[in-house]
Design a protein around this ligand. Sequence first.
Ligand code: SAM
Length: 266
Amino acid sequence: MTETFDPDWLQLREPADHAARPEALATALREALAGAGSAVIRVTDLGSGTGSNLRYLAPRLPRPQHWRLVDHDAGLLAQALAPCAGVEIERQRCDLASDPAVALAGDEALVTGSALLDLVSREWLQRLLAACSGQGAAVLFALSYDGRMRWSRPHPLDADVEAWVNRHQRSDKGFGPALGPAAAATCAEQLEALGYRVQVAASDWRIGVEQAALGAALIEGWVGAAAAIRPERAGDLQAWGDARAQALAAGTVELTVGHQDVLGWR
Ligand SMILES: C[S@@+](CC[C@H](N)C(=O)[O-])C[C@H]1O[C@@H](n2cnc3c(N)ncnc32)[C@H](O)[C@@H]1O
């Protein structure tokens, strides 16, 4: 079972993703890469989609850069473009599910991904990080959902929805049993065990009335995920989703969605 992602959803989330990312990690990465002393910084972006991670990171890192964008979805890859001068891109269509290392060229200074790690399994991540470590690459995985949905005003079903969505997050997304909310903590732990210096920072989404369309799409996905775990509660879940989406659109509630970014470097 392989996950596909709607380009409209990726476009909708991109402003919230970029606003959420901690500048401190990009600064630490820039310093680590500047110290590496290579002429062209070679980057591989796993599960790149249309290139959101490229659009965020490339302007913040030393140039020239060469990016390999890797995804199994040719339609998403085709939409990616170099975001600024001094950045060259290459697209590679590849299914990463069975072996993460197949996507690495072996000469990357940085292996990165955004909104990917919560889909993968512990074993998959271990194999990827061992390969990165073997070639001395820095690693940055951004925007892994960490299991927190926090509403500024409570609803009686919030805790159940969070628990059921988080259980659904652990189901197989094509890479084996998914890490889901444990992704960032597991990544940090595995990097430390490999001898990396590690920095973790929150990249939470803050969703208010101005991001109500993103909130509505997110809530729709959560209602579906929670109903897959508890089908007998589908009616209650739909009522919860309608109430939450209406309140976001009316500006009477705000939502924080927990994410974490993990940087590892030598
Ligand atoms: C949540 S999206 C994130 C996309 C992009 N990194 C971003 O931040 O907008 C996850 C990405 O992983 C890709 N993906 C999922 N399973 C994959 C697989 N087995 N092999 C390669 N790419 C995969 C999807 O096509 C999608 O582009």
